[in-house]
Design a protein around this ligand. Structure first.
Ligand SMILES: [Zn+2]
Ligand SMILES: [Zn+2]
Length: 574
């Protein structure tokens, strides 16, 4: 074996291979990396991120596509490792700019296809289906796909057989020894790869690196859901989970049917995914026991189980609407049992709490993963990572898919498992590594800003977000300064008018606005007698005076908006 490894090493060409990290290294979400062999670029995933609470009005966050845009003609495709939004959700945005070959399992492609179709971009995409352990060539890329277990079926770890040896990307994975579909993480296959070819560079999921032990098996969750159904006999049951978590849906449906219930799905993505998975034979629910929520009138409450979207508290989701009493199909009533078969993604905690409060207020009992085993993570914990590292034994290692603290812990685990510390590189979004005959080194950086998408407006600037944050915390104060300027003569026509929102109110506010108007008047009159005539100059004066006044008197920093009317246009601010 050692000889084979050596032979392969000797065969290594002079062509370096570069990996550019565009997203997912420093946050959970918007996973995207570019791997470059020769003059071609293949992406590994192209996902989105859901915004934090402080990203006012932002619906989605995308990877920065600047680098891909600049190298458009070199980008040949994407390997979609699995069907989660943080891996495929940005595909439809990239397809607006360039055509792509999209490589993935049939389910992954099915899930990706939905969104691409909604945007009318199917013509831009060529789908290449691969099955477990397939090895295919697309352009310069010789790729092999190993099954991994995760919280959506049919995920892959991908081996790129490159001129610089094997680059193995774990995909999102856990080591579930008893997965619902029996499809195990292919440790034997990965072991063969590691022994025969050797893994030169390993890129591995870091999400749960700081969690000790092993993750629970998905089938153990099925048992506790089953027990809950038994215990809650006589009550209507609603279970919320990720719509892509087909195995969870299967276990919920099994528990329901075993306990004499009929299943109804609720929420657009749940309906769609259940339909897709049944069509593909990945989900078994007999017709006799599956209804759409529109047709459940004849089923008594205690014989019904509703499987719903909204486990992350998404404001427009089916569950959030139940919590506010706005769900068209389902009104929560005293005695209903709601099971949140999920764990909030960082950033979603407060939305989830809000939904739980709403449901409780309506008299429902809410059961979640804090008190019951109704959820298992889809990501390997530290012991599982150790198992994989012990098998892969990479020459070089870069942790991916995690916040910085997850990746640094993963680096520590890799050292413990025998990878030399100077062969481990913790990278962040926008950084790159180059693999050549001498080993792995840092490459140049590329832009990797958060690209904010507001569903109504499209791309948002960081400055717009900053303004929204200011408006949200301190409001705004505007002053309108009406001038008449005729040759050398300039005069203020009236007392400036102060308009504010979200700043101060009541009598105190009236007095402050009056005082502010007088201060601005004095300042503007002084500026006019100094010979200042242009709108830009005078707005600067008004902004300075008003800003200082507001800060001195209220200790707040609202947005200051000066509007000077009737002045000359000057040169724009330097
Ligand atoms: Zn992920
Ligand atoms: Zn995932």
């Amino acid at each position: 074996m050692a000889d084979t490894k050596k032979d392969n090493k000797q065969k290594r060409s002079d062509v370096p291979v570069r990996v550019v990290f565009l997203g997912g290294l420093g946050e959970i979400g918007r996973n995207c990396a570019a791997i470059e062999v020769g003059d071609e670029i293949m992406l590994i995933d192209c996902g989105l991120m859901f915004p934090d609470d402080d990203m006012a009005g932002v619906d989605l966050v995308l990877p920065d596509f600047t680098y891909l845009r600049e190298n458009k003609e070199r980008v040949i495709g994407v390997v979609a490792t699995h069907g989660h939004e943080d891996h495929i959700g940005a595909l439809s945005f990239l397809l607006e700019e360039m055509p792509l070959q999209i490589v993935g399992s049939p389910l992954t492609l099915g899930l990706a296809r939905n969104r691409i179709e909604e945007k009318g971009l199917l013509g831009q995409a060529k789908f290449i289906e691969v099955s477990d352990n397939d090895r295919i060539q697309v352009g310069n890329f010789d790729m092999e796909f190993f099954p991994v277990t995760h919280s959506v079926p049919h995920g892959f770890a991908t081996a790129f057989h490159t001129p610089q040896g094997v680059i193995l990307h774990s995909g999102d994975f856990k080591l579930d020894m008893t997965p619902v579909d029996g499809r195990l993480t292919d440790l034997a296959g990965i072991g063969h790869l590691a022994k025969d070819d050797g893994v030169r560079l390993f890129l591995c999921d870091s999400t749960n690196a700081i969690e000790e032990g092993f993750s629970a098996s998905e089938t153990s969750i099925g048992q506790s859901i089953h027990d809950l159904f038994k215990a809650k006999e006589g009550h209507r049951i609603v279970v919320a989970c990720f719509a892509s978590h087909i195995h969870r849906v299967q276990q919920i449906a099994d528990a329901a049917i075993d306990n004499g219930r009929t299943v109804a799905t609720l929420g657009r993505s749940m309906n769609k995914n259940v339909h897709l998975a049944r069509q593909m034979g990945l989900l078994t629910i007999p017709d006799t026991h599956l209804r759409n929520i529109e047709n459940v009138d004849d089923i008594p409450d205690e014989e019904l189980c509703i499987i719903s979207t909204g486990s992350q508290g998404e404001p427009m989701s089916a569950l959030a609407r139940m919590a506010t009493g706005d769900n068209k199909w389902l009104k929560i009533q005293e005695g209903d049992v709601i099971i949140l078969s999920s764990h909030p993604i960082p950033g979603n905690e407060s939305s989830v709490t809000r939904v739980i409060d709403g449901l409780l207020r309506r008299g429902a009992e809410v059961i979640d993963s804090k008190t019951h085993d109704v959820h298992a993570t889809g990501h390997a914990k530290s012991e599982e990572l150790k198992v994989l590292h012990s098998i892969v034994q990479p020459e070089w290692f870069v942790p991916v898919h995690g916040e910085y603290r997850h990746m640094t812990e993963h680096a520590r685990i890799a050292t413990r498992m025998g990878t030399a510390a100077d062969h481990i590189t913790v990278c962040q979004d926008g950084e790159s590594v180059v693999l050549d005959a001498n080993g792995l080194r840092r490459g140049g950086d590329v832009p990797a800003e958060y690209i904010y998408v507001d569903g109504k407006l499209g791309d948002l600037d960081e400055s717009v977000l900053g303004e929204r944050r200011t408006l949200g915390t301190d409001g705004f104060v505007s002053v309108v300064v009406p001038l008449a300027i005729e040759g050398p003569n300039a005069e203020l026509l009236r007392l400036p008018e102060i308009i504010s929102r979200g700043w101060v109110h009541g009598e105190e506010g009236d007095q402050l606005r009056k005082d502010a108007a007088h201060e601005v008047r004095d300042g503007i009159e002084a500026a006019l007698s100094d010979g200042k005539r242009t709108r830009q100059e005078l707005e600067r004066v008004a902004r300075r005076i008003l800003g200082r006044f507001v800060n001195n008197r209220t200790r707040l920093r609202p947005m200051i908006v000066p509007v000077v009317l009737g002045a000359h246009e000057g040169a724009d601010e330097a």
